[in-house]
Design a protein around this ligand. Structure first.
Ligand code: C5P
Length: 233
């Protein structure tokens, strides 16, 4: 099974309140994006990786992350778009021109703590079912709240899962989903939502609370703690 990975890392990181985008901030002496790429680089199941960076940060990404850490599977660096969906689409278009892939794996550049076992579980599930994502069962009670701050509804916690990445798809499915989404001018915050819109099933594999998306300054503190914990085994 040939798997190509797409790593969207073209966000501006406004919520981090830093001058440099969050994917380039470091913990443990290494940029967040480099930690993420290391996990995928070391997985034999992944044949190659396409990184998506902001158009203005392509050189920075190459010289500060890809070259110094010697990633051999990162074969392509592609400019990102306005939304995450546009960034992933830019990578998909380049991949289609290059090769035939059984599966396309998408993983946020700012989720450095995904484990090899988690990635493999999602790849296997997508190989079997066509589409699969990692997600976390909700632990808190979830409320639907209106813009005025009033609770509209309490959702059944057993039915609520928080979507994470990786999200993995058979190539024909992710292509159909993107083409259909753009045709309908639909924007989703993950790839699975585009596949759901086709009415196709997406399998959910249980993830871990450690697979955080490093988004805010608080997340960076958490990231450092998780890193230290992992170092201690
Ligand atoms: O926007 P969000 O925080 O959900 O970002 C998830 C991932 O998507 C991050 O790695 C971010 O860099 C990336 N992204 C992107 N292009 C955008 C917006 C976000 O590649 N236009």
């Amino acid at each position: 099974m040939k798997v190509a990975a797409i790593i969207p890392a073209a966000g501006t990181g406004q919520r981090m309140q830093q001058h440099i985008p969050k994917q380039y901030l470091s913990f443990g002496g290494k940029p967040i994006l480099a930690h993420t790429l290391t996990v995928l680089e070391n997985l034999p199941e992944i044949a190659e990786i396409t990184v998506v960076a902001q158009p203005s940060a392509l050189d920075f990404c190459q010289t500060q992350v890809i070259t110094p850490f010697g990633f051999k599977k990162v074969l392509r660096l592609v400019p990102g778009g306005k939304e995450r969906q546009d960034s992933v689409y830019n990578a998909l278009k380049v991949l289609q021109r290059q090769n035939e892939w059984d599966l396309i794996l998408v993983h946020d550049g700012v989720r450095p703590f995904v484990t090899p076992a988690e990635v493999l579980r999602v790849i296997r599930a997508a190989g079997e079912h066509g589409a699969a994502i990692l997600a976390l069962p909700a632990q808190d009670t979830v409320k639907k709240v209106n813009r005025a701050g009033r609770i509209k509804k309490t959702l059944n916690r057993q039915d609520i899962w928080l979507a994470q990445t990786p999200q993995v798809f058979q190539t024909a499915i992710i292509w159909r989903a993107f083409l259909e989404a753009y045709a309908r001018e639909y924007y989703g915050t993950d790839e699975a939502s585009l596949v759901e819109a086709l009415g196709l099933p997406v399998r959910v594999e249980p993830g871990s609370p450690f697979n955080i998306k490093v988004t805010t300054p608080e997340d960076l503190i958490l990231a450092e703690a998780i890193y230290r914990l992992r170092q201690q085994g």
